[in-house]
Ligand binder design. Sequence first.
Ligand code: P6P
Length: 336
Amino acid sequence: MSEKIITLSRHIIEEQRKHPEATGKFTDLMNDIAFAAKLISYHTNKAGLLGVLGETFNVNIQGEVVKKLDVFANETMIKALDHNGHTCVMVSEESEDVIPIPENYPLGRYAVLFDPLDGSSNIDANVSVGTIFYIYLRVTPEGRPGRAEDCLQPGIKQVCAGYIVYGSSTMLVYTTGNGVHGFTLDPSYGEFVLSHPDIKTPKKGKIYSVNESNFDYWEQGIKNYIHYVKQVDEKTDRPMNSRYIGSMVSDFHRNLLYGGVFLYPASSRSPEGKLRLTYEANPMAFIIEQAGGRASDGYRRIMEILPEHIHQRTPLFIGSEKDVAMIEDFISGRLS
Ligand code: P6P
């Protein structure tokens, strides 16, 4: 294989060599996630042809009942992880409770949390969607089924976080705490190939991403910030550009590469915010911090919040360091 082509598998192995205690099981786990991503990518890209549409069940040309894509993605992630002997428990956006490993299947050291298809309401409009995942080392005794405690650790305990964005191309972006690295799926031979080594996000961005229809429901500090970014002032390069896809993985990925800030504030309609602390905010916070950015709930570092339940929501401000810090200043009243 050409020295220029670094596959995801090779990159993970080289990353693991930096951890003397690594046993290779993490490499296997990541390869299982990458395999699930390839299957989801195939069905996402073929959704219109296979009849795997967002809102309906279909019978495809083989006469098989074809599941909704988010159901398919969830089942694919679970099947990829539940028998590999590296996982002790899972959490999915699609499942109310923690997902145990089936009896008589081997138990592993890792708790894996994921949103199998974030933004799935956009599928029928062919808007890009994504899978978000992250991994903890278990804290409960080995050899027994994992429990919620393994999943309710603060984000600073993550050993890995990543997402796959199914867009014009399929990209997998991940970190294990040694920088952020992006891989593009080459469909000609079905491999994720390193395309974006050591991603760093600009310290200040030009983009803000928020659903402004919630404006009247926000606290005053957020309203003041949104008013500020829209004002004309060449000295501070305003107005900023508004970009909002409504699919967090896509909005996050664009802002990671170009710079900018994504906001999903709490509101009188969503007092805790809409996005989930576990499988949405925490993994993206790990990635953005590794890329030189910042993630907070307006007051606290996202990764230091101790989750109380697996579907807990949080306000989320995430992206370029200076933009997120400014939002915190508007929320606190230091700026108005
Ligand atoms: P709204 C998708 O449903 C999602 O969870 C995120 O991917 C996205 O950023 C957000 O909700 C969009 O929410 O209220 O703006 O439609």
